[in-house]
Design a protein around this ligand. Structure first.
Ligand code: AGP
Length: 599
């Protein structure tokens, strides 16, 4: 989604720093880019619809400045065009903004009554107008910012230049991440740490309702009353900062292959012997576990639901964060709320977490990006070790989440003495061998490419399954539609005949997995029902199933705690090869963003 970079320096030309930072954030998804800088007292703004490369080509080669702000926009308010792109200038104020100004329409009318005229459809231009209005009214930037924070509803990470003060960048933050990097006679601003890591590892994190003033050699951060805050200077601890595609054509393929090591790395502290499971948080006191997340992370939660309920005998509910935040969740002290997020910045998940925190109930998180907003807000966080995930379609982060939730459920079952130690030791041995177990599935490229050839021209594809296989069907379907743009739906296998089966016609592809021996026969019956109506079926299973008209992809027989990690890989690779055949922009699918920082 939107990205922010800013820099102010003693003598370095910051324009390459800004462009470089924007390029680092490109994978997050955007549709236009722009930057503003001050040169010899003059404000210069460049914006383009399109890529950062287009912006780079658009900027004059002679451009040189010691202070500037830059932005990649993922459209929310207003079309994708140059006018709506950031930065927005109104009067003396120029800003780039991540987030949404919810009361922008009301503010716009008020400002128009006072004589302001706006050129774009963007809520950000209104924010710039409001800041300009208060700045002129109070002739004091602190008062203007404090008043702005009182009047604006919504989320904002704002980076601002003021014509009157060409040596300072101002920042304001609420509900959208923003950090300030500390360099040597050079300071930086970014929405995400990676954007400035080439220049510094030291940074301050801005919290909600804080604002700051940054010059080349000074960083001052204030609370909403204007008191100067003493903030902790952080040092980035993450690894895998530089991520290139290596030998792979796409990040997505690279990341699928990396699952051989990322799963193992994630669970490594908990699997060497049975006692290692006790390093995981003790969940025995909870009567119910709620899992809250979005998209693929929510699907990881759905696989865990099965494990918690079936093997740890603990009720588990899974919620979409965007719904959870607006409903009655019947929380009490016997409920643990688990939040899952790769990026740690998803706006809905963060808001849902804040809701639980406000009511002072226990939270635990599974997060990939260290020091992210969600990680910082949690009572306790378990990190997945997936490394940087660049492709918009989540693969290695998903399997790391599933693996971590699996060992958590196993640990709970162990503490509750619900599974024999001998069986647990066998499961741990499988976890330790995960790399070898996954290799043949990852290497079966021919099978996936052939299936892709059969389906890539279809317009509708169905995914079905029961219990844990239904959770996997949902993830398989999401992977296919997000990168190949083929319409697909996931259904509980038994539900199809209650309406949706009317959509099955000759050669409609139907994918299923049957990995739960207690109900596999039922899933096969459902496949037969669709075959009878002409469907072409593909089945992932660990059983010896031979049926006419069903193409079987066989996986190794392993414990249910491991199985979802195997089952999902054919789904990921079939989606990948299908999108490739269609010539889609696999790593950056249309309309999507890697980190969804708006509601
Ligand atoms: C999955 O491929 C998507 N990129 C998306 O559903 C993603 O999982 C969702 O937006 C949640 O993101 P998060 O894990 O960063 O919170």
């Amino acid at each position: 989604m939107c990205g922010i970079v800013g820099s102010v320096s003693t003598k370095t030309n910051v324009i390459p720093i800004l462009l470089d930072g924007l390029k680092t954030l490109e994978y997050r998804g955007y549709d236009s880019a722009g930057l503003a800088y001050i040169k010899d007292g003059n404000l210069i703004i460049n914006k383009v619809k399109g890529r950062v490369k287009d912006l780079e080509n658009h900027i004059s080669k002679e451009s040189n400045s010691n202070i500037g702000i830059a932005h990649t926009r993922w459209a929310t308010h207003g079309k994708v065009n140059e006018t709506n792109a950031h930065p927005h200038n109104v009067g003396k104020i120029t800003i780039v903004h991540n987030g949404i100004i919810e009361n922008f329409s009301k503010l716009k009318h008020k400002l128009e009554e006072k004589g302001y005229e706006f050129k774009s459809e963007s809520d950000t231009e209104i924010a710039a107008g409001l800041l300009d209005y208060y700045y002129k009214k109070y002739e004091n930037i602190d008062k203007a910012i404090q008043k702005f924070m009182k009047k604006v509803d919504g989320s904002y990470a704002i980076c601002m230049l003021i014509n009157d003060n060409p040596n300072t960048i101002y920042v304001i933050k609420k509900d959208s991440p923003l950090i300030i990097g500390k360099g040597n006679n050079e300071n930086y601003i970014a929405s995400d740490v990676p954007a400035i890591l080439k220049y510094t590892k030291n940074y301050y994190i801005l919290e909600d309702y804080e604002y700051g003033k940054i010059t080349n050699n000074n960083i001052t951060i204030y609370d909403k009353e204007g008191n100067i805050l003493k903030k902790e200077l952080k040092e980035y601890q993450g690894s895998d900062l530089t991520s290139d595609k290596g030998i792979y054509e796409h990040y997505m393929l690279k990341e699928i292959i990396e699952q051989q090591t990322t799963i193992r790395k994630t669970v490594n502290p908990y699997i060497n012997n049975i006692k290692d499971l006790l390093k995981l948080p003790d969940l025995t006191k909870y009567e119910r576990i709620d899992i809250i997340a979005c998209g693929t992370a929510m699907h990881a939660g759905l696989t865990a639901k099965y494990l918690f309920e079936q093997y740890s005998n603990t009720k588990c509910e899974v919620f979409l964060a965007s719904e959870y935040r607006y409903q009655n969740n019947f929380l009490n002290n016997n409920v643990l709320s688990i939040f899952i997020s790769q990026s740690g910045e998803t706006a809905d998940t963060l808001a849902a977490l804040k809701k639980v925190k406000e009511e002072k109930y226990d939270t635990l998180g599974i997060v990939n990006v260290k020091e992210s907003s969600i990680a910082r807000a949690l009572d306790k966080v378990l990190y997945t070790e997936a490394g940087t995930e660049i492709a918009v379609a989540s693969t290695k982060a998903y399997t790391s989440q599933v693996a971590l939730l699996s060992v958590l459920a196993l640990s709970l079952a162990y503490r509750k003495k619900l599974i024999k130690e001998e069986k647990i030791n066998k499961i741990l041995e499988e976890f330790r061998s995960i790399t070898q177990i996954l290799t043949p599935i990852l290497e079966d490229t021919i099978t996936y490419e052939n299936i892709a050839k059969e389906i890539y021209e279809k317009s509708d594809i169905f995914y079905i399954g029961r219990t844990i296989d239904y959770a996997l069907a949902m993830e398989g379907s999401l992977k296919l539609k997000e990168i190949s743009y083929i319409h697909s739906e996931a259904y509980a296998a038994g539900e199809l005949k209650h309406g949706t089966i009317s959509l099955i016609t000759k050669d409609t592809p139907v994918f299923a997995s049957a990995t739960n021996k207690y109900i596999n026969a039922k899933t096969i019956s459902n496949l037969k029902e669709v075959i009878a109506r002409g469907a072409k079926c593909y089945l992932i299973t660990d059983e010896d199933i031979k049926e006419d008209n069903i193409k079987v992809i066989k996986i190794k027989k392993v414990s249910m705690f491991i199985k979802p990690l195997l089952t999902i890989i054919p789904y990921q690779l079939i989606a990948y090869y299908t999108a490739k055949l269609k010539g889609c922009d696999i790593d950056k699918p249309r309309n999507l963003a890697k980190s969804v920082t708006v509601e």
